[in-house]
Design a protein around this ligand. Structure first.
Ligand code: ADP
Ligand code: ZN
Length: 804
């Protein structure tokens, strides 16, 4: 598993099918039933029937609640709050309500309560039950939910389901226990003496205990049976309270770090001045965004920690978001050594653990929450600071609904709380970089490594030069560099970015490539078990021994994957100890931690893997980093291809030269002259950003303009395309009606034209302003219905991070 949240790029369409009608108008909260268009079957069902006579018909002094659902119809709908729940129902709570003319009981989220008549108060139905004792999110988070719902065009109920983990909604790892306490009025001697002996004994015991006890506890301690206790209960001697409790106590630090040994440092001059600026922002009590651009190894983490210490001193708390699980053991260690209450969130927690941590966080027992993108929702009561480390990382964007970007959400949360947001990176995203130019963020630069250690020397190997090529993936210069490093007892990191999709199975005789019947993508050969797997839909077959097209029986497993690279590296360096890190080898909980601990201890000589090894790791004895194919991300149909390539090469190069012995980097590429690779080889972010901004400006691509993408998918290709065409027509009409400038591209087949048996098309929208794009899409889809027989759905992706 590459990232802590479900991995990005795992499945670009993994959304629940979208309800064919967009449930939102401009104001997500203004959409009560009376205004909702009534042209969907579900809606019609709701309103065509007159309300039954037993429903309430009072007009004033009525309390109502707006309720939303995570499934269609999404609401919001108004309900009456019955008298007994008046003081109980609050926004952020779940309630059970009747829905549809079959009055199906549904669980919904309350987003607003109101006293006094509403338009439809005469016909309102009652809330049946209130499911939470307290709101699962405070008023401020409810507002954030509304904002996410509006901006990302996702039903509010679905946003709630994302914000509140399912383990919390299901009360994972808890049970209800009934506690008994002695009734005060019956605790006098006279009342007690009126009891039979056994009841008296039990009752006296309960009084003496001085704390609530369960019946079974009392039975054990008072050495009685259930009978006397029941009698006490029915006579009103004991009061009964039901409490929900965790079934097991969780140890606070249940996972170890990776054995990094760290002291508290004296800050470098650059760190001191960075910290002064951040502390000033914290003290200002204003919402400010600061971009900490610090080269790899400049000590950004120490700056975050010191800033958080400053926040914690005033009784407040902080969220630190990090991208990859490979970062977590080390980061966890660094934070846990420095703060009392740290909650680390990650994907390998059990539901009970997740629920436990969530409750600790909400009770205010935690000062620092460290986690992946979903940590942006951590319900800390006194949040004072949000930090996003490696803010450029693509895993901060969720690729299922709601397709939110944690940076954007963090910004919204920080703005509404009036607290600073710190973005840290050695290779800032173009978005954040641009924000510093427009005055939306303050730039803080740390241009030197700790102890003024030099940046590693980067050597480019041109793979077009025959003399340097070998039969395998490792060129002669890289082989020599690995050998030299091993001879010096140094460690090596080899990066193979598999986004090249190159582990194809190709027939050398007829050229046939074995592909997935559902996705039309080349299958990837896996040596373990001789399987051929589709990396989009997981279609798996035994690797065919001969060509399925021409029956030639010398089929070749072309291309290159990490498994094949591992075999080659083992053959080239037989005495070296090697470990591979990719999503296949890192499935089991704790596997990252084990491999990284072994690498840190020096047990391993070579660590090879996918981009998961490129980020954040800090190992002083890594003297060489080799990049097997720097171009693999470069030839992608995506305007961020150059940015990705620059980030990847710079970040992986940053894994070396962190100790006293220096370090070097060998980058293999077919296009050494490419500006992104050139800039990366010189560690020159400024040059890269300047060049890149010029080419973004040419096409008005982000960050200069905004982009949205609508993916349309369906089982019949022509029907799907026809729906895409009609959606395009509506977008054109909406653009005209609103009088706005929006560039519309498509519909076109995206790079993945077929996924899990469905044909795909996409429409791209571009405009200078995100609000204009949002308004256009909302208007175009507001009453857009697709006949059910067409079996076509669409997904809106605002600020998409990939175009697959
Ligand atoms: P970055 O995230 O900027 O790449 P890190 O935060 O990983 O850098 O820091 C790099 C290394 O420098 C770490 O081993 C860290 O413990 C160490 N370090 C940080 N600050 C100092 C300091 N002031 N003095 C000495 N070492 C430091
Ligand atoms: Zn497939």
């Amino acid at each position: 598993m590459a990232s802590v949240d479900p991995p990005s790029n795992s499945d670009p369409d993994d959304d629940p099918p979208r309800h064919p009608r967009n449930p939102f108008s401009e104001n997500p909260l203004a959409n009560d039933v009376s205004q909702a268009p009534q042209n969907t079957p579900q809606q019609a069902e709701l309103f065509e029937t007159e309300p039954p006579p037993w429903e309430l018909t009072i007009a004033d002094d009525i309390a109502t609640a707006k309720i939303v659902f995570s499934e269609a119809p999404y609401g919001p709908y108004d309900y009456r709050i019955p008298e007994e729940y008046r003081d109980l129902v609050k926004p952020g709570m779940r309630v059970s309500v009747p829905l549809g003319h079959r009055r199906k009981k549904m669980i919904g989220w309350c987003i607003e309560t109101q006293l006094g008549p509403t338009k439809r108060s005469g016909k309102l139905r009652d809330i049946i039950e209130v499911l939470d004792e307290e709101p699962l999110c405070d008023a401020h988070l409810v507002r954030l939910v509304s904002w996410i719902s509006h901006y990302y065009q996702t039903p509010t109920g679905q946003v709630f389901d994302t914000l509140i983990p399912s383990s919390v909604r299901a009360n994972a790892g808890t049970r209800e226990r009934t506690y008994l306490t002695p009734c005060k009025q019956k605790s006098d001697d006279k009342s007690i003496e009126a009891l039979p002996a056994k009841q008296q004994a039990a009752f006296r015991f309960l009084i003496a205990a001085g704390r609530p006890m369960t019946a079974s506890e009392l039975m054990v301690h008072a050495e009685c049976t259930r009978g006397p206790i029941n009698a006490l209960q029915s006579k009103g001697y004991v009061e009964v309270a039901v409490r929900r409790e965790m079934t097991t106590a969780m140890p606070m630090r249940w996972q170890k770090d990776d054995g990094e040994n760290q002291q508290i440092h004296t800050l470098s001059n650059e760190q001191v001045s960075a910290l002064e600026k951040i502390d000033a922002a914290i003290d200002s009590g204003e919402a400010r965004t600061l971009l900490l651009h610090g080269v790899t190894g400049s000590g950004k983490t120490e700056v975050y920690i010191k800033a958080i210490e400053h926040v914690v001193r005033f009784g407040r708390s902080a969220i630190v978001m990090v991208p990859e699980i490979s970062l977590t053991p080390q980061t966890r260690g660094r934070f846990e050594r420095r703060f009392e209450g740290v909650a680390v969130l990650h994907s390998q927690m059990t539901p009970a653990e997740r629920h436990y941590q969530w409750q600790r966080i909400r009770r205010g027992e935690v000062q620092v929450v460290v986690g992946p993108r979903s940590a942006v929702f951590a319900p800390l009561p006194h949040l004072g600071l949000i930090v996003i480390d490696e803010e450029h990382d693509a895993s901060f964007k969720q690729d299922t609904q709601p397709r939110y970007h944690a940076r954007k959400v963090a910004h919204a949360r920080a703005m509404s709380l009036g607290i600073p947001l710190i973005l840290g990176s050695a290779t800032p995203s173009m978005e954040s970089w641009h924000a510093t130019a427009t005055g939306h963020a303050e730039l803080i630069t740390m241009k030197d490594r700790i102890y003024q250690r030099p940046m590693p020397n980067v050597e480019l190997v041109d793979l077009r030069i025959r003399d340097d090529r070998t039969r395998g993936a490792i060129s002669r210069p890289l082989h020599q560099a690995v050998q030299d490093t091993l001879n010096e007892n140094g460690q090596v990191i080899l990066l193979l970015n598999r986004r090249g999709f190159a582990t194809t199975i190709q027939c050398p005789s007829c050229g046939h490539v074995v592909s997935c019947p559902d996705c039309d993508m080349p299958l990837t050969h896996h040596r373990d078990g001789g399987k051929a797997v589709c990396h989009y839909c997981d279609y798996t077959i035994a690797t065919p021994p001969w060509c399925p097209a021409c029956r030639f029986d010398g089929i070749r497993y072309g291309g290159l994957g990490t498994q094949k690279l591992e075999v080659e590296v083992k053959a080239r360096f037989p005495s070296a100890k090697i470990a591979r890190m990719d999503s296949d080898t890192m499935r089991r909980p704790g596997s990252h931690q084990r491999v990284l601990a072994a690498f840190r201890s020096g047990e391993l000589n070579i660590l090879l893997g996918t981009q998961m090894i490129a980020k954040g790791l800090d190992f002083p004895n890594v003297l060489l980093v080799g990049v097997i194919n720097a171009d693999s991300a470069l030839h992608f149909p995506d305007f961020r291809a150059a940015e990705r390539t620059f980030q990847l090469v710079t970040q992986v190069a940053g894994r070396t030269g962190r100790g006293e012995r220096g370090g070097r980097v060998v980058v293999q590429t077919f296009t050494p002259e490419h500006p992104a690779i050139q800039a990366a080889s010189r560690h020159d972010y400024l040059q890269f950003a300047t060049d890149e901004m010029v080419s973004r400006r040419k096409f008005n691509y982000p960050p200069l303009g905004s982009v949205a993408r609508i993916i349309i998918r369906g089982t019949v290709e022509e029907v799907t395309e026809a729906v895409a065409d009609s959606l395009l027509g509506r977008l054109e009409a909406a653009r005209l009606a609103l009088g706005v400038e929006v560039r519309l591209l498509g519909p076109a087949p995206p790079p993945i034209t077929k996924l899990r048996g469905k044909y795909r098309f996409h429409i791209l929208l571009q405009a200078t302003d995100a609000a204009v794009l949002g308004a256009t899409i909302r208007r175009a889809t507001d009453s857009f219905t697709i006949p059910e027989k067409d079996d076509v759905q669409y997904v809106v992706d605002i600020d998409p991070m990939d175009m697959l």
